[in-house]
Design a protein around this ligand. Structure first.
Ligand code: ADP
Ligand code: MG
Length: 358
């Protein structure tokens, strides 16, 4: 079913998605609309993406043989999760979109910060912390408060500990499991926002309207579009930065940059080399969703319009027990509900989301 490179992959082609969470699920749904079949690769028994995809392979992310066999059965391979061992993916070459470099740069906070420093964009002052002494040196150099974050495997605020006074250093180091980390100066910001861009293999880049992101306990609670003051004034600069970073990574597909709105402009917090929770609103609130656009970019189809379709959009995550309100939510005529069918509603677990467009 593969057609010429210039025309893109034809309907009926197979997209491999590494990772079977809700991002993979929503990618697979968007891919199906364009006539593609999805093949999910994930170590879990019944990942929520598998039930909406054509094929599911259960395998370990570090099993090179299993990854190679999976990739051989796909026309293009992408991922919905960045904490993947790079080695088994290096062998996939051009079949992998985005390429492995997007993963290796963003999955390690120290490598990511060096990349951001080299790109000349503003980030929180930081230091690599490989041992307890380095933490003391970081406190000395950066001042307090600072936030200690493990270099790898952090998400939803996990693997992070604040140091607000020198005597908290030992507890923070213990709290993150004494693992290689970065220390970041605690930033004074008035809001957080994200820029989501899609980039094609030939370098065409397109951004969505920016969302204001409200976090609770390190987890995204709500996204609001448009973001309003004071974010509006720094949006164009932030979009330019995101496009520059996608270009420097040679990224193909959707990529997200999280920002702090500081008094003197945008400060980059982190990059996610993939579709993002703060872009779920695009399913109903934008002319093209982040999921469809990612599929388009990796399959070599042209990008579509990203315009906001109403006046404003609010997206609320359903975290843990929130999903128990499902019956009221499905009865709300203004709510567009998404349930991920992930099973047990553990505290802090993202179970679904609700979008309201007006
Ligand atoms: P995760 O990978 O878990 O999303 P982040 O680095 O985005 O990790 O941190 C989670 C949240 O913690 C951010 O959205 C922000 O609210 C807060 N945070 C992170 N870094 C800093 C910082 N340097 N100063 C102040 N708050 C921060
Ligand atoms: Mg984050």
């Amino acid at each position: 079913m593969r057609s010429s490179e210039a025309a893109g992959l034809a309907p009926g082609s197979t997209i491999g998605i590494i990772g079977g969470g809700q991002l993979g699920r929503m990618l697979a749904l968007a891919a199906a609309q364009l006539g593609y079949r999805c093949h999910i690769f994930d170590p879990h028994e019944a990942p929520c993406a598998a039930e909406v995809a054509a094929i599911f392979t259960r395998g370990s992310f570090d099993d090179s043989g299993a990854i190679a066999a999976f990739a051989a059965a796909c026309d293009v391979v992408t991922f919905e999760f960045e904490n993947l061992p790079a080695a088994p993916l290096e062998a996939l070459g051009h079949k992998m979109r985005p390429a492995v470099r997007s993963l290796t740069v963003t999955q390690d906070r120290a490598v990511e910060k060096r990349f951001l420093d080299e790109a000349g964009v503003r980030i929180a002052p930081w230091a690599a912390v490989d041992d307890r002494e380095a933490l003391d040196a970081a406190i000395e150099r950066l001042g307090l408060p600072l936030l200690l974050k493990t270099r790898r495997f952090g998400y939803d605020g996990k693997g992070q500990a604040w140091v607000r006074a020198p005597e908290e250093a030992a507890a923070a180091w213990a709290a993150i499991g004494q693992r290689p980390a970065v220390a970041e100066k605690g930033m004074d910001f008035s809001a957080e926002y994200s820029v989501i861009v899609a980039r094609t293999a030939d370098g065409h880049c397109s951004a969505w309207p920016v969302s204001r992101n409200i976090h609770e306990g390190g987890i995204l609670r709500r996204s609001e579009i448009p973001p309003g003051a004071p974010i509006d004034a720094q949006v164009s600069q932030a979009v330019e930065i995101a496009a520059l970073l996608a270009e420097r990574l040679g990224h193909v597909g959707v990529m997200t940059v999280e920002y702090f709105a500081c008094a003197d402009g945008p400060v980059v917090n982190e990059i996610a080399p993939r579709v993002h929770n703060s872009g779920h609103w695009t399913i109903e609130g934008a002319a093209t969703s982040q999921f469809e656009q990612h599929v388009r970019a990796i399959c070599g189809l042209p990008l579509r319009d990203t315009r906001l379709v109403g006046q404003a959009v609010v997206m609320d995550n359903l975290i843990g027990d929130d999903v128990g309100q499902w019956d009221a939510l499905v009865a709300d005529p203004n709510a567009r509900v998404h349930f991920y069918n992930k099973g047990e509603a553990r505290p802090g677990r993202k179970m679904g989301h609700v979008t309201r467009v007006r």
